[in-house]
Design a protein. Sequence first.
Length: 317
Amino acid sequence: DPTLREVAEPTGRFIGTAINDGLLSNSTYRNIAATEFDSVTAENVMKWDTVEPQRGQFNWSGADRLVQFAQQNDQLVYGHTLVWHSQMPGWLQNGSFSNSEFRTIMTDHVTTQVSRYRGQVQRWDVVNEAFNEDGTFRQSKFYQQLGSSYIADAFRAARAADPNAKLFINDYNTETANAKSDGLYRLVRDLKAQGVPIDGVGFQNHLIVGQVNGSAIQQNLKRFADLGLEVVITELDIRMRTPADSTKLQQQARDYRAVADACLAVSACSGITVWGISDRDSWVPDVFPGEGAACPWDDNYRPKPAYEALRAAFVAA
Ligand code: G3I
C-alpha cells in the first residue's frame, strides 16, 4: 500500500506529524515518521523553555536533531513555536522587566531562532494561542506588558530574520466560525491591511469524535483563505472516551476524513499535520483524563481506521 506522503504528494499538500524528540531512538516510531510523512513539527523542542532554559544559555540539540531528521528524509519543517504564553522558561515567566526590555527580549528571541534555521524551516508559528474563547486577546505576559502590538512586532522580526519563511498565527477552537475565530479573523485582516508580514493561519484541530462538522471547517478555512492567506491544519487529533471500540473508531475515521476533505477542498490549505503518531504517546490522556485514542496509529503502532481514512481522502482528491 502507498504511504500517506505518497498519496499526498500528487495533491500538492503536505502531510505532517508532530515529532516527540525522545522517541526518535525507537526504530518503529522513527520508521513511521520517516516513511509516512513529508513534513515534521517539533512537539516540544523548539519551544522557548527548551531552547533558552536560562537567559542567554541556548540548547538547540533537540531542534537541530529534528531539522537533521527532516533533511535526511526529504521533509519540510514546520517551526513551532516562537511567542506563546505556555512553556516559557522560568526566568522569562517570573522575571520582572520593563516593557521596552521585554519587547527587546521577545524580538531578540524571534530573531535568534528564525535566523538559526533560515532556509531550513519553511513555516513558523510566530504567535501561538493569542486569543480567549470570547475572541478577546489572552492576558498573556506579552499582552499585559506590550498590548496587542507584540503580535505585529513578532512577525516583523521573523520576516527580517528569514524573508523566505512563511509566517503563521496558530490557535485552537478556531476551526469553525465562532467568537474566537471571529476575533482571530479581525486581527489577521487588520494585520494584512497594515502591511504586517503574515502569510498564514494555523488551525490546531484538537477535536472530539462525533463532534466534527466538515462543512463548517471548510467554510471557515475558506474565509481566512479569502483574505489572501495560506491555511494549515496544524495539530490534528480527534479524541474519544477510552477504551476505544469499533463503533468509536469508525466514527473517528469519518471525522478524520471530514477534516482532510475540508482542507483538500480549499486550494489555499497547504497541508495537514497530525499531532502525534501513536495513541500511546499522545498528550491527550495527560490533559483529559478518561479520554484518548486520538491518533491515527494505536498503542502498538498499528494503523487505525483513521489512518485509512486519511489516505482515502488524499486518493480521492
Ligand atoms: O520534559 C519533562 C520531563 O523532564 C518531566 O519528567 C515530565 C514530568 O511531567 O515533564 C516533561 O515535560 C513535559 C513535556 O510535554 C515534554 O514531554 C510537560 O510536563 C508537558 O506539559 C509537555 O506537554 C506538551 C504540551 O504541549 C505543553 O503545553 C505536550 O507534549 C505537547 O503535545 C503539547 O502541544 C500543544 C502545542 O504545543 C500547542 N497546542 C496544543 C498542544 C496540546 O496541548
